[in-house]
Design a protein around this ligand. Structure first.
Ligand SMILES: Cc1ncc(COP(=O)(O)O)c(C=O)c1O
Length: 393
């Protein structure tokens, strides 16, 4: 028995013990052994994709992995293969502007440490990626949301954004294609955002993890690497190669020459403190990139088939509103029936054994009737789930 004093936990985040109702129900469904369908499944390694297994495993077996020779920015070899990846896509970047991290979450954490004092602020898109809030909290940084407007193709609501900027705002996060709306930033929005950021001394952090998954081929393409104001691009192989377990992401630093120089020196100190990217994956990266098209084509084909199903489904149900996403791995369905989204998700799991994300998890208002689905789920599972959702409509 411990008779001494236990340490007090930090107040960094509010700890609410236990799960919410939906996840408590999910646990009991799992325990019961009944079949259930997970329409939130976005782990690519568990949705029946075919990977070049032997080649991937072989590429990790380099003898040089037995020597530890760390570079805070990541090995030159790995950074060169990332620069080549961008070259193939028509972008020119320098290996000197790249920093490797073990995940995009870690990339965000480095950037929060680089730019924000505790108590300073970041702006997060809404609807958007739920992890930004928690990542900010963990680094002692405040956050606020700026709206994406559902009435205009999820474009940035600049009136709202400018109203949210304060003297403490240090970063505007931007995700394109966005999770979960699938919207893609236009050139006009991007230029406007840059000029606002520049005027206010704010950095932009652009998450491009879904940029190889574009479904609307007419959407505009921006070049985030030609920019003279502070702009960081975050990307990684968790989506590019559908290999999240390999833990390799990166930050590209953009901005004016002098600013960039000091920025990189500071970022190098942060990266050197953690040295978190494993050697085997850095040595394997150039070989892994060779499988990019093979892996991505499967994911894209899956998404196309799933989008077709969703189009058909929404055309049969006048109560359902579905705007086909321009890119990414997620889609949003809206309906009055989904009002009180958490209740709807609960009922759907309880009655039909189908799990969806309530839209409020991504910043949709709870009574706006949105649910979020992963587009990389197996098509047969999506098809049978849509029938089950129909029965609840
Ligand atoms: C917008 C966005 N960025 C980043 C990630 C995750 O990247 P990582 O696995 O590198 O942390 C996700 C995962 O779904 C995401 O939706």
């Amino acid at each position: 028995m411990n008779s001494g004093k236990n340490p007090r936990f930090s107040d960094r985040f509010e700890f609410v013990p236990g799960e919410n109702d939906l996840y408590t129900l999910l646990e009991s469904v799992k325990k019961s052994g009944e079949d259930w369908i997970d329409l939130t499944a976005s782990n690519p390694t568990k949705v029946g994709l075919i990977y070049p297994r032997e080649a991937i495993l072989h590429s990790l077996e380099k003898p040089e992995s037995m020597v530890y020779d760390p570079d805070p920015k990541g090995t030159n070899l790995a950074r060169t293969s990332i620069a080549n990846y961008y070259q193939e896509k028509g972008y020119n970047i320098s290996v000197e502007d790249l920093f490797l991290t073990s995940s995009s979450s870690e990339a965000y954490s480095f950037l929060l440490k680089l730019l924000c004092n505790p108590g300073e602020e970041v702006l997060i898109p809404s609807p958007g990626y739920p992890l930004f809030e928690f990542l900010s909290i963990l680094d002692g940084v405040e956050f606020n949301f700026y709206k994406l407007d559902n009435k205009s193709d999820w474009k940035i609501d600049f009136i709202d954004l400018e109203a949210k900027i304060t003297s403490k705002t240090k970063i505007i996060f931007l995700v394109s294609p966005n999770n979960p709306t699938g919207s893609i930033i236009s050139k006009e929005e991007f230029e406007k955002l840059n000029s606002i950021a520049k005027q206010n001394g704010i950095a932009i952090v652009l998450d491009e993890v879904f940029s190889d998954y574009i479904h609307d081929l007419n959407s505009e393409k921006i070049d985030p690497f030609v920019c003279d104001s502070p702009l960081f691009v975050v990307n990684g192989i968790s989506k590019i190669l559908a290999l999240p377990q390999m833990k390799l992401s990166w930050i590209h630093v953009g901005g004016s020459r002098d600013w960039k120089k000091e920025c990189k020196e500071r970022l190098e100190i942060i990266a050197d403190t953690y040295l978190s990217v494993g050697t085997p994956i850095q040595l394997a990266l150039s070989e892994l990139f060779q499988w990019r098209k093979m892996i991505q084509s499967q994911v894209l084909r899956r998404i196309q088939r799933n989008l077709q199903l969703l189009e058909n489904f929404s055309s049969k149900h006048s109560k359902i509103r579905f705007i086909s996403p321009k890119g990414g791995w997620y889609s949003v369905l809206q309906s009055e029936t989904f009002m009180q989204d958490e209740n709807f998700a609960f009922r759907l799991l309880e009655k039909e054994k189908v799990l969806v994300h309530p839209g409020s998890m991504f910043g949709f208002e709870e009574n706006s009737g949105n649910i979020v689905l992963s587009l990389i789920v197996e098509t047969e599972l999506l098809e049978s789930s849509l029938e089950k959702i129909s029965s609840l409509l």
